[in-house]
Write a protein that binds this ligand. Structure first.
Ligand code: NAD
Ligand code: TYD
Length: 339
């Protein structure tokens, strides 16, 4: 099979490309990525020259380029990871989120219709459900929880989900959607909580915790997410939506303290800063449907996953050093300088 993976030079997309190439070496992976600030070709460099892999730099909003690629590559499956993915950036500048996350998704699905692709898989997020209260640990997001978004990022992802389901109902496009909780692991861009805290701690820099640090996220090791997407895109019925999460809810402050403990750094590095606007309180996934329908279960515990992740950032400074010494420095100054 020919599988187009958009956003494959980003965090989860790249992990997915490695997962697929190892699990299904008979398939051919074609990565389409615009290489925005979040895309990093160095991540995929070891795959260059392999017969079952091709990288194409293109924008999913560029209709003509997408049409040419589909005509050449004749994909059986298209998996869409390409997105603007950071909530804080969406608060600063929503426009590009609407373009890539909504328009880009529709351009890909139009190409899927023209070329009769047998599966379009949309990689979505639990953030489309908005948040849950902190004092109701009995509540979880199911696939039937109403969409109720808080940030421009989550609103753009929810719009794409609605559009994806509309293409299924209106045109019969064979789509599936996965809505996963927060991921962590190798190759995550340092603007996100876990790599940001690891790298700041390594430099003995302040660790900026928003508000009181009591917001809760449901963390999943990235490889478990990749395994879920692989199962869904190959086995699920068209039109189905699956939540993906491993019942691993943690408060931000507890994650930060754990990272400090593993790096043997003092808690005095923790600095409480002004809260994020519209900050979602708690995310928590009910993964019963994917377990019952497809037999998916997470394999990596948080304790094991976080230790592997910390070790990877310690051993792969050459991956993140060029990032933090480039334009990311200006971003960091703008977002955290006077917070
Ligand atoms: P990321 O920001 O690390 O990577 C995004 C990739 O998309 C980058 O390589 C970037 O260059 C590329 N891209 C951006 N705009 C593009 C465009 N117009 N055309 C082509 N390529 C473009 O993001 P990520 O964390 O890997 O997330 C991947 C997907 O998973 C996103 O759709 C995100 O909404 C979803 N998701 C992420 C998480 C998480 O915790 N990170 C959780 C659930 C769902
Ligand atoms: P993030 O990694 O941006 O993921 P998301 O907002 O999509 O869940 O943030 C995870 C949590 O960590 C979120 O509650 C915001 C918080 N956070 C901080 O406290 N400090 C930071 O510097 C960042 C980036 C996030």
């Amino acid at each position: 099979m020919n599988i187009i993976v958009t956003g494959g030079a980003g965090f989860i997309g790249a992990n997915f490309v490695y997962y697929e190439i190892a699990k299904h070496p008979e398939d051919r992976i074609i990565v389409i990525d615009k290489l925005t600030y979040a895309g990093n070709l160095q991540t995929l460099a070891p795959l260059e020259g392999k017969v079952n892999y091709r990288f194409i730099r293109a924008d999913i909003c560029d209709k003509d380029a997408i049409e040419d690629i589909f005509a050449q590559e004749k994909p059986d499956i298209v998996v869409n990871f390409a997105a603007e993915s950071h909530v804080d950036r969406s608060i600063e500048n929503p426009q590009v989120f609407l373009e890539t996350n909504i328009i880009g998704t529709s351009i890909l699905m139009d190409a899927c219709r023209r070329h009769e692709v047998s599966r379009f898989h949309q990689v979505s997020t639990d953030e489309v459900y908005g948040d849950l209260p902190l004092d109701r640990p009995d509540l979880f997001f199911t696939e039937n929880t109403p969409l109720h978004t808080s940030s421009p990022y989550s609103s753009s992802k929810a719009s794409a989900d609605l559009l994806t389901l509309a293409y299924h109902r209106t045109y019969g496009l064979p789509v599936t959607i996965s809505r996963c909780s927060n991921n962590y692991g190798y190759y995550q861009f340092p603007e996100k909580l876990i790599p940001l805290m690891i790298i700041n701690a390594l430099h003995d820099k302040p660790l900026p915790v928003y508000g009181e640090g009591i917001n809760v996220r449901d963390w999943l090791y990235v490889e478990d997410h990749c395994k879920a997407i692989d199962l869904i895109m190959r086995n699920a019925e068209p039109g189905e939506v699956y939540n993906v999460g491993g019942h691993n809810e943690m408060r931000n402050i507890d994650i930060v303290k754990l990272i400090l403990k593993y790096l043997d750094k003092p808690e005095s590095l923790i600095t409480y800063v002004t809260d994020r606007k519209g900050h979602d309180l708690r995310y928590a996934i009910d993964p019963a449907k994917i377990h019952e329908d497809l037999g998916w279960l997470p394999e990596t515990t948080f304790d094991k996953g976080i230790q592997k992740t910390i070790k990877w950032y310690l051993e792969n400074q050459s991956w993140w050093e060029p990032i933090i010494s480039g334009e990311y420095r200006d971003y960091y100054e703008k977002m955290y300088g006077n917070r």
